[in-house]
Ligand binder design. Structure first.
Ligand SMILES: Cc1cc2nc3c(=O)[nH]c(=O)nc-3n(C[C@H](O)[C@H](O)[C@H](O)COP(=O)(O)OP(=O)(O)OC[C@H]3O[C@@H](n4cnc5c(N)ncnc54)[C@H](O)[C@@H]3O)c2cc1C
Ligand code: FES
Ligand code: FES
Length: 499
């Protein structure tokens, strides 16, 4: 059985198809039709709803998500708020702002915009313009513009009106704690409907055992990849194991050597966790899909999905990150770069899963300096999947020579992989424009990229070359006595034509 709050009402479900999306539940099971279906693939934001969950301090945390690709089991222990709950006697301050500023547009996109703004308004009181852009980047309107909506955002965020959710916060917290303390009697089974089941294990041992008992079951974390198979390819999964309730998979900690991230930590949480240590990684995650997807999608899911254009694998490979894989009580450590075997083929054994990700913190040395640079190349800035993603880790000694370099690319091969020959051509050499130019020839030995609708093979190779030049431009200050040279202008011109 799963249990959650729909607005303020307790809902218990057992006999429902686990392949049901939150959007279907709202519209077809509860006739709450305010939440719209646009694309049914997480792209447009029309279906945005808000889920409220307790954080570690038992504070309520509001997250916008795409109802169209979130499966119903993900609601267990949370509160679901759809657009119908916002208006009581009068419009919610977010809705009123949309009216006042002429921000309301067609009936398809407006409910989604309102819900994204509602989540933003509830979460904090100190909003930067940048935060507003982030909150709205996953809500598309193809007809008009965003100026009026931005004005509405500004008004809504300045509002000091207490809404009808605030006085109920204590009750909501108590209800969610009560659900958490009352795990499903048979903690293994969440939903059971005809031949279809979903399981909600609450700890690692239960999860590991379930995967041994049901070796063909599919793990579902955020579902932002898996649920698309249901909505776009008419797949139905007969056995799902939902890992979001497994507390150990939500853990994150920083030790002297590593950043440890549980596999089910959301991409949005990763973005915040990584910011002080690897700002480039965090900034790249800011451009990973939309906030709705980052709130729901997980780091473990992005790795296990093994897409050649997944964004975190190149960054993790460049940082020499390791995976802790578990099967039953046994664990093993595997470098991320050895996890990907072939197109969508990974080193995971039957019943094995990713438990956590270890990202080493580069050791500080007095005689060397390091840099991590990540470049995500897409057709549009926000909410788009990479044509190429290049992640580069570079360490130079104090003479300006390359001690180590890891150049990892997504979108250049069937798997995320390093440009080993190019790296070899640079190791031990002075970090200079001339040496970069010499090494560039190796890139075409490392990669023979495919042409597809995102980019042609030639374009990918050319961009990869230019990204290496860009890396040089952005790191040459690490070399002793560096200054802006005539060569820089040449490189800048060449790069700006293509990147
Ligand atoms: C609109 C849209 C935009 C997107 N944009 C981007 C983007 O910009 N960059 C990008 O890289 N991706 C993007 N994605 C893909 C997706 O959001 C990510 O891959 C996400 O990280 C998947 O995580 P999840 O938790 O949702 O995975 P799920 O869908 O739950 O799972 C994905 C796969 O991993 C397996 N799995 C999950 N967790 C584990 C585990 N712990 N151990 C073993 N197997 C596991 C599942 O069985 C499944 O096969 C986008 C998707 C959508 C719908
Ligand atoms: S309907 Fe487009 S994101 Fe859900
Ligand atoms: S999609 Fe709603 S007004 Fe453009």
């Amino acid at each position: 059985m799963i249990e959650f709050l729909l607005h303020n009402d307790k809902v218990q479900l057992q006999d429902i198809n686990p392949n049901t999306t939150v959007l279907q539940f709202l519209r077809e099971h509860r006739q709450l039709n305010g939440t719209k279906e646009g694309c049914a693939s997480g792209d447009c934001g029309a279906c945005t709803v808000v889920i409220v969950q307790l954080d570690e301090q038992n504070q309520l945390c509001y997250k916008s998500i795409n109802a169209c690709i979130t499966l119903i089991s993900a609601l267990h222990g949370k509160q679901l708020i759809s657009v119908e709950a916002l208006q009581q006697q009068q419009l919610h301050s977010v809705q009123q702002a949309m009216v006042d500023c002429d921000g309301s547009q067609c009936g398809f996109c407006t409910p989604g915009f309102v819900m994204s703004l509602f989540a933003l308004q509830k979460n904090s009181s100190d909003h930067q313009e940048h935060e507003v852009q982030q909150a709205l980047a996953g809500n598309l309107c193809r007809c008009t513009g965003y100026r009026a909506i931005n004005r509405a955002a500004e008004q809504a965020l300045k509002s000091t009106v207490v809404d009808h959710f605030d006085p109920l916060a204590r009750d909501t917290t108590q209800s969610l704690i009560a659900i958490r303390q009352r795990p499903p009697k048979d903690s293994q089974t969440g939903l059971n409907y005809q031949q279809q089941q979903s399981h909600l294990p609450e700890d690692l041992t239960a999860l590991a055992q379930l995967l041994i008992d049901y070796p063909t079951a599919r793990i579902i974390a955020g579902g932002t990849d898996l649920a698309v198979e249901i909505t776009q390819r008419a797949q139905q999964f007969s056995n799902l194991i939902c890992v979001q309730q497994v507390s150990q998979l939500q853990e994150q900690q920083v030790t002297d050597q590593h950043i440890e991230i549980g596999a089910a930590v959301s991409l949005h949480q990763c973005q915040q966790l990584l910011a002080p240590y690897f700002p480039d990684f965090s900034q790249m995650l800011e451009r990973f899909a939309s906030l709705q997807i980052r709130n729901q999608g997980t780091l473990g899911g992005n790795i296990a999905n093994a897409s050649p254009i997944g964004d975190t694998p190149p960054a993790l490979i460049a940082l020499d990150a390791k995976l802790i894989l578990r099967r039953g009580a046994n664990t093993r450590e595997l470098p991320v770069q050895d996890f990907f075997l072939d197109y969508r083929k990974t080193a995971l054994q039957p019943s094995e899963f990713i438990e956590k990700i270890l990202i080493p913190l580069p050791e500080p040395h007095t005689d060397s300096d390091w840099a991590l640079k990540i470049y995500k190349i897409t057709k549009r800035l926000d909410d788009d999947i990479s044509a190429i993603c290049a992640a580069n880790f570079l360490r130079l000694n104090n003479r300006g020579e390359v001690i180590s370099i890891r150049l990892a690319y997504g979108g250049m091969a069937a798997i995320a992989k390093r440009a080993s020959k190019t790296e070899q051509a640079l190791i031990g050499k002075e970090w200079s424009y001339a040496n970069i130019e010499n090494a560039l020839a190796c890139l075409s030995q490392d990669f023979q990229p495919l042409s597809d609708f995102r980019a042609s093979s030639d374009y990918r190779l050319l961009v990869a070359e230019n990204l290496l030049r860009k890396l040089y431009l952005e790191t040459q200050h690490m070399c002793p006595g560096s200054s802006h040279s005539a060569a820089n202008s040449t490189i800048e011109t060449r790069i700006s034509n293509y990147v």
